[in-house]
Design a protein around this ligand. Structure first.
Ligand SMILES: NC(=O)c1ccc[n+]([C@@H]2O[C@H](COP(=O)([O-])OP(=O)(O)OC[C@H]3O[C@@H](n4cnc5c(N)ncnc54)[C@H](O)[C@@H]3O)[C@@H](O)[C@H]2O)c1
Length: 271
């Protein structure tokens, strides 16, 4: 099924999500929060899925205060039943799911040489399996509706180049997210479903703070990214800068883009 956009529309309308309904996971904090807020500003009705329901509710209130429509749903993305329930809640409230932004991930550094198999598994369960479960449920709902849709998975530059050490489990899970993005783009294009990923570089968020917290794990932050001058833009990203890329890939403005991995990283991969 090919969804052909209006080719002579020179307005900014294709950048809008007016009339669309979106699920954003991990939306209680950081990049997910910024994405949910931006989607609402772009006209979407937004379902905020997060394991931390209190945090998601705060963002729902922020969206409501700004005049938008949003619903918080408690969801651990690694749990299939909870993922299905989140989509059911979205369908119940808004009748459709046109967009999935899969942002949630497990954020903890593990010393490569001391990481237990269980620590490896929890990373894969949330970051890789959780992304898969959300993506598959979105595809199911979009196929049933028969009107296509867009999926944006949030990966990391660490999936294609190591940026800090002691993140091998995270890097591998995110490389899996990239592979899933390409596989789904290829497999479901015929249903009018576009699937892309944003690969953030270092971004100011509570999660990034956790990755830098050496007090509990005694895992120091070192590795390629810590070398001076690595980030050409010479600062960390703000969550909204990631959210703008996610909105572009989620919206009709990117109607001819699928199966792409867009690094939003201030030039770190070039340096
Ligand atoms: N911040 C960075 O520097 C950076 C860099 C590269 C990639 N990323 C990726 O961007 C995404 C967002 O990162 P962030 O820094 O904004 O994170 P964050 O920690 O600030 O927010 C993550 C949110 O996800 C939620 N969450 C955690 N586990 C969950 C689960 N199992 N189910 C549902 N929700 C869950 C948390 O409650 C939280 O609200 C992640 O996929 C992360 O890997 C971040």
């Amino acid at each position: 099924m090919a969804i052909i956009p209006e080719h002579k529309d020179y307005s900014l309308a294709p950048f809008s999500l007016e009339g669309q309904s979106a699920i954003v996971t991990g939306s209680g904090s950081g990049i997910g929060r910024a994405t949910a807020r931006l989607f609402a500003s772009a006209g979407a009705k937004v379902v905020l899925g997060d394991i931390d329901i209190a945090a998601a509710r705060v963002v729902v209130d922020e969206i409501a205060d700004a005049g938008g429509a949003a619903l918080a749903v408690e969801c651990d993305i690694s749990d299939e039943a909870q993922v299905k329930a989140m989509f059911a809640a979205a369908l119940g409230e808004y009748g459709q799911v046109d967009v999935l932004a899969s942002v949630a991930a497990y954020r903890k550094k593990h010393d490569t040489m001391r990481m237990s198999p269980e620590e490896w598994d929890i990373m894969q369960a949330v970051t890789a399996r959780g992304t898969f479960l959300c993506m598959r449920e979105a595809i199911r709902v979009m196929r049933e509706a028969g009107v296509g849709g867009t999926i944006v998975n949030v990966s990391s530059v660490a999936s294609i180049r190591p940026v800090v050490f002691n993140s091998m489990d995270y890097d591998a899970a995110k490389a899996g997210v990239n592979a899933m993005t390409l596989a789904a783009a290829a497999e479901f294009a015929e249903h009018g479903i576009r699937v892309n990923a944003v690969l953030p570089g270092g971004t100011n968020s509570a999660g990034a703070g956790k990755m830098g917290d050496t007090s509990v794990e005694q895992v120091s932050i070192h590795g390629p990214i810590t070398q001076p001058g690595r980030v050409l833009v010479d600062r960390m990203a703000e969550p909204i800068e990631q959210a703008r890329a996610i909105l572009f890939l989620a919206s009709p403005a990117s109607s001819y883009i699928t199966g792409q991995l867009l690094a939003v990283e201030g030039g770190v991969l070039l340096s």
